[in-house]
Write a protein that binds this ligand. Structure first.
Ligand code: ADE
Length: 418
């Protein structure tokens, strides 16, 4: 079996940490047990490009239990947990290609190694696997039946491929499930981004001015948690509706240009490019801390910062200090890569349970729907979304009411009014 990981000796640690994560992933665990009996993915080759974490390891084990032949590479050069990669290779016998801190060339070589195993299904987080397949491995297009996509940025890229008529197979947008983005993007990003910033800096959030760029589900989650820790939160937005929502949620809203002068912490979560640029870095206070929690590091214009800086030094792990001509120092965390995965461990298992239950069930759905789907981006079937919500509640021991016959009829009638 071919693989490329940091150190095979780390397997025991990776196994224990994966088991710990499984304790808080009951929905995925139930799916794994059913998969073991029913083998819905028997003999299917699955190429996965995901953040290689303990939660992802549990997803890989579930797919393997369902009969799939899985191969895995990282969806970000800095998000890999090397002990987990080692456990998956040594104990689960899954070919894994990723090393935390790999350079861009190695990152893409690892994606190509997954493609070399000729996947019939792709499971992507950010669409690098799918875009590489569509650009440099077109020969594989006839082999691929379908795919899933985990994150907002990936879904946007895939929708653009579909709109341009270049998407060659159906993809289910796992991100669009309510049981994914309402929990993973909001509560997962909210907590894990704060976790990453604190692990990287050991700074106090209380009393600080904390700038959140972007008020999508991730930004909403982060703003909520930063406020919960006592920060004065400022939101920046380009969308009027979201800006209005941030105001009504009790946050200050202003252009990044203004926020740049007063922020202590800055975090981008927009999915867009160069949200914090040269003119903003130039206005920041001495000691400002800047991080990104969006999928790609392009949200910060680090090239501009680099060219502006008169001095640069690595202060401590995950902190690069840039000194500007005006003597102000700006601290960039985790090379501008997703800080929650670079400096911490990503979203907690409890929310990844729902995200990855969606992944497993959507793959089963794709395997059952061979030949019936078009070359476009599909939402997660509502039955899968509802089932996951129901199973999660059950796992928490929470019961809810059911509609009476009268209520059901009332909701389906139009004759009863004032
Ligand atoms: N994305 C964000 N957090 C993650 C995690 N813990 N595992 C896999 N992908 C993630």
């Amino acid at each position: 079996m071919d693989y490329d990981i940091k150190d095979i000796q780390l397997a025991d640690k990776g196994q224990l940490r994966t088991e710990w994560a499984a304790e808080d992933m009951p929905v995925l665990f139930d799916i794994r047990k059913r998969f073991e009996k029913e083998l819905p993915l028997k003999g299917r080759r699955v190429g996965a490009c995901l953040h290689v974490t303990t939660e992802t390891a549990n997803l890989m084990l579930a797919l393997k239990a369902g009969g799939a032949e899985v191969t895995l590479c990282a969806s970000n050069p800095l998000s890999t947990q090397d002990d987990v990669a080692s456990f998956l290779v040594k104990e689960a016998k899954i070919p894994v290609f990723c090393i935390k801190g790999e350079d861009n060339q190695t990152y893409y070589n690892h994606i190509k190694a997954v493609l070399d195993l000729k996947p019939e299904f792709t499971m992507d987080d950010g669409a690098d696997l799918v875009s590489t397949l569509h650009t440099s491995r077109k020969d594989l297009i006839g082999t691929v039946i379908g795919g899933t996509e985990e994150t907002t940025t990936g879904v946007i890229r895939l929708q653009s491929m579909a709109a341009n008529g270049v998407l060659e197979y159906p993809i289910v947008a796992v991100n669009n499930a309510d049981t994914k983005h309402l929990f993973d993007n909001r509560y997962g990003t909210g907590q894990s981004t704060i976790d990453g910033i604190i692990r990287a800096t050991n700074r106090l959030v209380a009393g600080s001015t904390f700038v959140v760029a972007g008020y999508g589900w991730c930004g909403r989650g982060l703003a909520m948690r930063a406020r919960g820790m006592g920060a004065n939160v400022i939101v920046t937005e380009v969308d009027s509706l979201k800006a209005l929502e941030a105001i009504m949620d009790g946050f200050r809203v202003m252009p990044i240009e203004e926020a740049a002068r007063i922020g202590d912490f800055f975090v981008t979560l927009t999915g867009d490019i160069h949200v914090i640029r040269r003119e903003h870095f130039e206005k920041m206070k001495d000691g400002a801390i800047v991080a990104n929690s969006g999928h790609f590091n392009v949200e910060l214009d680090l090239e501009a910062l680099n060219s502006l800086a008169v001095k640069k030094r690595k202060f401590r792990e995950y902190i690069e200090e840039y000194t500007l001509p005006n003597d102000n120092r700006i601290n960039v965390l985790g090379e501008g890569r997703l800080i929650n995965l670079a400096a911490a461990e990503g979203h907690p298992s409890c929310v990844m349970d729902m995200s990855f239950a969606n992944q497993a069930l959507c793959l089963e759905y794709l395997a059952k729907s061979v030949g019936t789907m078009d070359k476009k981006v599909y939402d997660v079937p509502v039955e899968i979304d509802n089932l996951i919500a129901q199973l999660k509640l059950e796992s928490m021991g929470v019961k809810i009411d059911t509609l009476t016959k009268e209520q059901h009829e009332y909701l389906n009638s139009w004759t009863v009014g004032t």
